[in-house]
Design a protein around this ligand. Structure first.
Ligand code: AMP
Ligand code: MG
Length: 489
């Protein structure tokens, strides 16, 4: 392993961007999971790999001197309502580690105790949400979606009071940074424009250095974040993923998926699907995600206005122009991804109705999202096989298939190549909500991590499924279906 490189660039900026804060020790830490592939990438010394020193580090009980723990300050719109101070209430940034390519990654403990931003909370995380975040974030990585990662998870040995008593746990999360739209909102609400500029310059350096060469670096930053989010949301949508809490404090500037709370991959396709039991209005429903991302980006743009131009009217005009780019980029990315899912190498505007009609057919027939696309490759040459079994309305299915097969034929690509390309982008396995719930239940009540480990291993190669894991790919039966996914607080 090459050299371990540590930085503290956010700590160097000091207040008001962050506050130093030590973790609160826990009583009896135990290993739950450790990600050696990620540890290798981060060049984390092996002395922390499933060792006592590692347990002390990842539980927050004894931090090595190369850490400089801090809580990051941020604000945010939660379900549309502005909260001027949120911040890391149960998370601590320990350090930034550089990989062999010079890419910097935050390592952060989530659930390590109270911080200056904890408000009424205990600063802790229950086991269930920690296991969910570990599984889903690592699955997202394997599916090719930009995401925070999971480096380690430990049990704390302490019980937490939630609706019932739950075992406490801590996850070590890795991200290109934990800077969010809410980080900028915090500065816009509490600081002067010189601090905002210091922070924006830091973010440009760290995430979008190409913007330094733009005529207007802050407008270029806005455009870069818009583009990253437009691409990210299209990826989520193409996998049937619902984030669940797209508050502005949960939207990362780097364009990574962050904060796996009441998130889920859909089973039966329903564009209005939500899982968060507090989301009564469907604000964060599958089909509403582009609109919400665009709304969040408008909040981001507002914070940058003083930097974009001296005169407010001009700044608004420039920012508005940039925001208008979101829809076209998001729609183009979604069209491309959905086209690939149905075997089209380069989908065009003319293919939009083909894709929309399939989605409508899926929702009318309650077809399982992931199964439909995975089985579709078997229907390329014979409409009566593969995905056909998911559509009770066989006539409509056959009619759609004829149009689709005719369109595929226009490409002049060998059927076996079309099938292969479809199987490479339609996962055979996604982290099914009911399987995650079962893994959490087993771990919490019987200290049994076998299903968690099995799911985690199988999800490392989501485009290939071992026969032995076929059960993990099945949609839930009516009794297994999970209506709500609870937040991790
Ligand atoms: P989240 O819903 O996880 O995005 O959290 C929203 C805000 O609540 C953030 O500022 C968190 O730091 C804070 N928070 C969530 N859970 C806790 C907790 N158990 N203790 C303290 N703060 C928390
Ligand atoms: Mg959050």
């Amino acid at each position: 392993m090459t050299k371990f490189k540590v930085k503290h660039s956010l700590a160097a900026l000091a207040a008001p961007f962050s506050q130093p804060c030590q973790p609160t020790p826990v009583s009896a830490p135990q290993w739950l999971a450790f990600n050696s592939a990620l540890a290798t990438q981060l060049r984390l010394p092996e002395q922390y790999w499933l060792t006592d020193a590692g347990l002390a580090l990842f539980s927050g009980n004894a931090l090595p001197d190369w850490t400089k723990p801090l809580a990051h300050a941020y604000a945010g719109h939660q379900f549309g309502h502005f909260v001027p101070q949120l911040g890391d209430g149960r998370a601590l940034l320990l350090a930034e580690l550089e990989d062999a390519h010079g890419q910097l990654f935050d390592i952060q403990l989530k659930g390590a105790g109270r911080t200056p931003f904890s408000r009424g909370g205990d600063g802790r995380a229950p086991l269930g949400p920690v296991l969910r975040e570990y599984l889903v974030s690592e699955a997202m990585q394997a599916l090719g979606v930009p995401t925070t990662r999971a480096l380690a998870a430990v049990l704390s040995g302490d019980w937490l009071q939630r609706d019932t008593a739950e075992p406490g746990a801590i996850i070590c999360r890795v991200a290109k940074s934990h800077i969010r739209i809410g980080s900028f909102q915090y500065l816009a609400a509490h600081s002067d424009s010189s601090q905002l500029k210091t922070f924006a310059d830091y973010v440009i350096q760290r995430h979008y250095p190409a913007c330094l060469h733009a005529d207007n670096p802050y407008l270029a930053l806005l455009e870069a974040v818009i583009s990253a989010q437009a691409q990210l949301i299209a990826k989520w949508m193409s996998l049937g993923f619902i984030h669940g809490v797209m508050n502005t404090d949960n939207m990362s500037i780097s364009g990574e998926t962050i904060d796996y709370g009441p998130c889920a991959f859909m089973d039966a396709f329903n564009p209005a699907q939500v899982y968060s039991f507090i989301d009564k209005q469907g604000r964060y429903a599958w089909g509403n995600q582009p609109r919400i991302a665009s709304w969040n980006l408008a909040r981001f743009a507002e914070t940058l206005l003083p930097l974009i131009a001296e005169h407010a009217a001009q700044a608004v005009e420039l920012a508005t122009g940039a925001l208008q780019g979101f829809n076209s980029e998001n729609e183009a990315a979604f069209l491309q991804l959905m086209g690939e899912k149905i075997g089209l190498k380069a989908a065009t505007k003319h293919d939009e109705s083909l894709i929309r009609d399939l989605l409508n057919l899926m929702s009318a027939n309650n077809a399982d999202f992931s199964q439909t696309f995975r089985l579709l490759s078997q229907s390329v040459s014979d409409a009566s096989t593969g995905a056909a079994m998911l559509f009770a309305d066989n006539n409509s299915w056959q009619a759609w298939c004829s149009r689709w097969q005719a369109r595929l034929a226009e490409q002049g690509i060998a059927t076996k190549d079309v099938k292969q390309q479809m199987d490479a982008c339609n996962p055979a396995l996604i982290p099914r909500n009911h399987q995650i719930a079962k893994a959490i239940e087993l771990a919490s009540t019987e200290a049994d991590l076998s299903l968690f480990n099995r799911l985690h291993n199988a999800l490392q190669t989501p485009f290939e499924l071992d026969d032995a894991n076929a059960d993990l790919a099945l949609p839930p039966t009516a009794e297994q279906c999970i209506e709500n996914t609870f937040c991790g607080t």
